[in-house]
Every structure is written in C-alpha cells, then in structure tokens.
Design a protein around this ligand. Structure first.
Ligand code: AMP
Ligand code: ZN
Length: 488
C-alpha cells in the first residue's frame, strides 16, 4: 500500500482554520475524530486546505423503507457534517442510492435485494427504487437531516463502474467464474486492514458459501444475469449481460464526485468487514489510495438487544413513531444522548424520555426573549466546541445546553448561544412554535361568524357575537386579515 494510502495526511495548523473563518473556540479545541482505519482519534484537517471537505456516506438500499436503525447512522453522519460546518468548513457531501447489486448475502451468493423487493411488492424494481428513495428523502427531511450535495444512483453510473472494473482487469486483479467477475483479494497483502481481518483464519475455515471463488474474501465486481432468465435490471458489459456488484458502485461514484482520496467516508458499523473493506481494496488496486483519510462508523441501534434490521422482519419506520404521536425530532434527540460509537438499545421508555427532554428544551428556549442584537456567549461556545470537537461528544454537549438554558446569563444571550448550539443538534429550536390553545369548535364557529360579519361591515352583528364570545370566556383580537382567540 502506498505511503499516502497507509499514512495520515499531514495536518494543517489549527490557526489556519481560524483564519479561514473557523468558529470561536475551534482553535483552542481542534476537531478530533475517531478514524477506524488507524483505530485512533486523530486531529482532523482537510486534505486540501480551503477546499470543501469531501464526505462520502453510504446511502440506503432502496428495496424497502429505511428503519430507525438506518436513520441512527444517517443522523450520526448529519451531526458530523454539522460539526464540520460549525468549525467553519464547507462540506461537499455525496450519498449514494443503492438501487442495484446489493445481494441478500454478503458472500455474493444471495439474490439482489431489489429484485426480491419487486417480487414482494408486485411492482417493478425501478418502481420500488423510486418509491423508497422518495420515502427516504421525506423521512430525512422530517428528521432535519441536511440533504447531500449529490445523491447519485448506482443505476445512473453503470459506465463508471464498468470502466473501473476494466481498469482492475487490466491491472490483473480480476478473474472470471461461471457467474461473474471477481476481485482477487490474494493480490493484496494488506487486504482487510480496516477490519483487521484474520485472512489466514478465514482461509483455514473455508466457508460453504465460497462457491467458485478462489479465496473466501474475494468478491463480485460484475454478476452475470442468470442463464435463460432476464433480470429487471441488467446491462451489457465486456464480460456479458448482468449487473454490478454492490461495492464497486461506491468506489466508482466516490471517485467520480470526490476523487481518489478524499477526507471522510462513513457508514454503519456493519460496513467495516465487507463493504468498506472491499471499497478500499478496489480503490487501492486502481489508484493506490485507501479512498478516504478518515473512516468513521455509526454503531447500531438495537431492538430488544438485537440489531434492528430490514431483513429480520419487524422494524420501525419513522412513520411508526409519528403514528404513536412522537415528533421525529424526539428520535433525533434520543440519538444525541448516546455517543455514535456505542450501540444504543431502542425502547419506547427511552423515546418518551427524549420526547420530554425535547419538549422542555423547546419550551425553555421559546420562553427566552429574542434580541437580534444579542451575541452568543463566547466562553460557552468554546466549551461547546471542546465537547463536540472531542469526537462528537453530543451527550455532554446536550448537558451543556441544559446548563446554559437554566443559567444566569441574560435571556437573549442564552437564546443566541443555544441557537448556535442547535446548528449542530439540528433540533430546530428556533423554528418551533407552541401548539395553539385548544379552541372548542363552538367558539371557533362564533369567531368565524363574527369575522364574516366584520367583513360584511355588519357591525351590530359583529358586536353581538363578540359579547357572546366573551360570555363563553374568550377574547377575540382582530388583525388585518385574520384574528386570534385567547381565554379571558
Ligand atoms: P442499507 O439500506 O441496508 O444499505 O443501510 C443503510 C445504512 O444503515 C448503512 O450505513 C448501514 O450500515 C446502516 N444500518 C443498518 N442497520 C443499522 C442499525 N440497526 N443501526 C444503525 N445503522 C444501521
Ligand atoms: Zn458504500
């Protein structure tokens, strides 16, 4: 592996970042992130100072709805992005949509999840890809996740994937079997470094699923359509009609939109041993880099202490939370209470506690007087930077928010400070409005009738209705085109 691939990028002085418009406190508390490749917390500095930070996050496989476990990972990635922005960096975020090639088994023997999803729903693979991509985008919006700059679909990038495989073939990294073109992992002494894979151990206990593969860790780059039966999604290639493997889409699209070596690559922890290991293998073979300078992973959301998974039947969608009366942002709050590198067991009690915390924080924030001229408290911002820049310690940053909210600083300063914190939390504190007092339908009807009377300049009727409203205990205040109702 090349020096650039194995080594860490040289670090830019923290003062450079401050001069680039970094946040107060950032210089005193440089951003430090856990890199799974080196298994260490390292100081972050962009590969190209002044250029946007390149961030690639593995996106959803759109054969079904995403569950809240998936969203825990997307929320961690959104928090990371917001922390980078808090530190004054611009971010170029690419998230792929996996709409082909992700097999039901990581060992390349299973069925394409998209074709299976099509059978399950009775729709075409293309239809379900569109449907679940749309649902994914709606759910991310409800969780206040910032949209990526580029959201490329694997099926829109077949030529890039084919070109990538052609290059790997030219370099001697591939071989063919009956059912596809495979990557020969024995060509790379460093294969599996990210996951610290025990290749010798794997070789010794060769698994049943190996099929025609030469080594247990070899993986598909291109799979042939099954003989005699057409797939819904298939393309011609130099090797025959078929479809790309799952890992090649990410190497190819990352290369297209971010280059051969960019700043940060993320996904869920399950991606470490196979998907990300293979992305690195492909890019290392083609370009001599480990693809990203930092490899970061969100740890699982568990359900009854087991991984929440689409394939394991029961799973919770964001909509399931809404159906039970929760604001999706309560789930965001819940995720902020746990460090992204620890697994989090989902329970309704935990969500209740998060919903209560969110409701109190919103109400507390809302009660603070707003003064556009008030500036945030610099020392609180520096403390905040110290926490979030310590590998995204959102739990302690939330505790600090509570301390500020209940503190003795002038209300407008507290509000301005918390608004800045919320750029990272993404809880939408400033946008929240308290729900309207519940107005009985009869009172609402009287108010409507009075508004109509006023519009018709029927003043005596308007006065009579106002008196009736007062007698019912309500005061009506007129505005130009509307009115408000308050209890007397
Ligand atoms: P998928 O749609 O299966 O490709 O997964 C989308 C993202 O969710 C990936 O980054 C996965 O690693 C991640 N993921 C899957 N299950 C969980 C879980 N239970 N908790 C957290 N992240 C998950
Ligand atoms: Zn990926």
């Amino acid at each position: 592996m090349s020096g650039q691939a194995r080594g860490e990028a040289s670090s830019t002085a923290a003062s450079d970042r401050a001069e680039e418009g970094g946040r107060p406190g950032a210089a005193a508390h440089p951003l430090r992130l856990y890199d799974n490749f080196s298994r260490s917390v390292r100081e972050f500095s962009p590969l190209v100072p002044g250029a946007p930070v390149g961030l690639y996050t593995c996106g959803p496989t759109v054969y079904d709805y995403q569950h809240i476990g998936n969203f825990r990972t997307f929320l961690f990635e959104d928090t990371l992005k917001r922390v980078l922005m808090f530190n004054g960096y611009r971010v170029r975020h690419v998230m792929n949509i996996t709409d082909v090639g992700h097999l039901t088994s990581d060992a390349d023997t299973g069925e394409d999840k998209m074709e299976k999803g099509a059978r399950r729903t009775g729709r075409s693979a293309w239809e379900i890809a569109a449907l679940y991509t749309q649902a994914f985008e709606a759910d991310t919006a409800s969780l206040n996740i910032l949209p990526p700059d580029v959201l490329p679909r694997a099926t829109d990038h077949i030529p890039e994937q084919v070109a990538f495989i052609v290059d790997l073939e030219r370099r001697g990294y591939t071989y063919r079997t009956e059912d596809g073109v495979y990557f020969d992992t024995s060509r790379q002494p460093d294969y599996g470094y990210l996951a610290r894979l025990d290749k010798a151990g794997l070789e010794a206990g060769k698994r049943v699923e190996q099929g025609d593969k030469r080594n247990p860790t070899d993986f598909a780059l291109w799979k042939f359509s099954p003989p005699g039966s057409a797939r819904q999604m298939e393309w011609d290639s130099p090797w025959g009609r078929g479809f790309p493997g799952w890992h090649i889409e990410c190497s190819a699209m990352a290369q297209r939109y971010l280059g051969d070596f960019f700043d940060i690559h993320c996904g869920g922890e399950d991606h470490i041993p196979v998907h990300h290991t293979n992305e690195i293998a492909q890019t290392e073979a083609r370009a001599g880099t480990r693809l990203a300078n930092f490899w970061m992973h969100g740890y699982f959301l568990l359900s009854s202490d087991a991984k929440m998974a689409k394939s394991a039947g029961e799973f919770l969608r964001v909509q399931a939370l809404v159906d039970r009366g929760y604001d999706p942002l309560a789930f965001r709050y819940l995720c902020l209470t746990a460090h992204y590198r620890t697994q989090l067991n989902f329970t309704w009690d935990a969500l209740d506690a998060a919903a209560t915390g969110l409701a109190r924080m919103r109400a507390g924030f809302h009660a603070l007087t707003m003064d556009a001229a008030a500036a945030p408290d610099e020392s609180s911002l520096a403390r905040f930077a110290g926490l979030i820049n310590d590998d995204l310690d959102t739990a302690r940053a939330l505790a600090l928010a509570w301390e500020i909210l209940r503190g003795a600083a002038p209300a407008a300063v507290r509000r301005a400070t918390l608004s800045r914190f919320d750029q990272v939390f993404g809880l939408g504190l400033a946008a929240w409005q308290p729900p309207h007092d519940d107005v009985p339908a009869a009172v609402e009807a009287l108010a409507e009738a009075r508004a109509a009377a006023r519009k018709a300049r029927n003043w005596s009727e308007a006065d009579r209705l106002r008196a009736e409203l007062r007698a019912a205990g309500w005061e009506m205040e007129d505005r130009v085109d509307s009115y408000s109702l308050k209890r007397r």
